[in-house]
Ligand binder design. Structure first.
Ligand code: MN3
Length: 323
């Protein structure tokens, strides 16, 4: 089972200028062959299918535990795409005044036509994520070798998206994922070293990504996120430290296991976009129904969940400046 926490792994900036073309490129990190849906589903299926797990416990724990972090990576990729598709100045734009015309020919039209300016389980070409990207052979060394290769390709992809997309949400996303993907790459390298004796980081020293020189990586490195594996369970997966230990292959610092999940960050409540009916043509109607239900259920007047910025703030701001 998985327990869910209403936080993002990393703080993202609030919506600013929409960047549909950038959002389409970031989709590669969601539904591409080397995207986060792939890492998540590979480790998830490998952990589901793991035989003899008690005898091989440290390896089972490692794969199952990393799978849990990958769910949060999908979540933060979606949050970045949604931020980039949000027009905070457009919260009162209603059909049929052709507010979407400016997006014609830019990015992935399905972000607007199929979805409500929301992330899709697709790659940067709009091709759906594919279950054939999952490799779960049952052979532990094969699966771990595949995972090392997958993390290596995933880091390459993150760096290329970083270079292609300048939107601050994409930069915050890729800076974080480059650091965390590096930890997972090291974890699988260590697992293979301990099983087979091969020095993976010497055999395949790829990709050579100088994360310490990337401004959006640096704050995470300063907090040690490049050498921490979080235990994503209150009581289980106790044995990951039997594999994830020793010096960091690049910096020489000790690798550490920390009780997690990480503190994370509050998500911005992205404002309604009535031009794509998200969450409705007239979002205020839904808000009024929700408020009645909340009152009838004996809940406090203010919503109980926490967000970094309340989505309704955007339209209030607009009201304040509109005569
Ligand atoms: Mn990941």
């Amino acid at each position: 089972m998985i327990q869910r926490i209403d936080r993002l792994g990393v703080e993202l900036p609030p919506p600013s200028e929409p960047d549909p073309a950038g959002a389409a490129a970031v989709q590669e990190l969601m539904g591409g062959r080397f995207g986060e849906m792939s890492t998540f589903m590979n480790y998830t299926f490998q952990s589901f299918n793991f035989r003899g797990r008690q005898a091989a416990r440290p390896f089972y724990d490692l794969i199952a535990n990393i799978a849990a972090e990958e769910f949060g990576h999908i979540e933060v990729v979606a949050a970045a795409i949604n931020t980039m598709l949000t027009d905070p100045a457009n919260v009162d734009a209603h059909a049929p005044d052709a507010t979407l015309a400016k997006y014609k020919g830019i990015g992935n039209p399905q972000h607007f036509l199929q979805g409500g300016k929301g992330a899709l389980p697709q790659d940067s070409n709009g091709k759906p994520w594919n279950g054939e990207y999952v490799f779960s052979s049952g052979d532990l060394v094969e699966d771990l070798t595949h995972n090392y290769f997958l993390e290596t390709g995933a880091r390459n992809g993150k760096l290329k998206v970083y270079q292609m997309v300048e939107h601050p949400a994409a930069r915050a996303l890729t800076g974080y994922l480059l650091v965390r993907g590096g930890v997972h790459q090291i974890a699988y390298a260590r697992a293979l070293e301990k099983l087979t004796g091969v020095d993976m980081m010497k055999a395949f020293p790829a990709p050579r990504i100088p994360t310490a020189k990337i401004p959006e990586c640096r704050p995470h490195i300063e907090k040690g996120l490049h050498r921490i594996l979080y235990r994503f369970s209150p009581a289980d997966y106790q044995e990951i430290g039997a594999v994830f230990n020793g010096p960091h292959p690049e910096t020489g610092e000790d690798l550490v296991v920390e009780q997690g999940p990480p503190e994370g960050a509050l998500p911005h409540d992205l404002p309604p976009q009535p031009d794509v009916f998200a969450p409705d043509y007239a979002p205020q109607d839904i808000a009024e129904i929700a408020q009645r239900l909340r009152k009838a259920a004996g809940l406090p007047d203010e919503p109980t969940g926490q967000v970094a910025t309340d989505g309704s703030r955007f339209s209030k701001l607009k009201d304040a400046v509109t005569p």
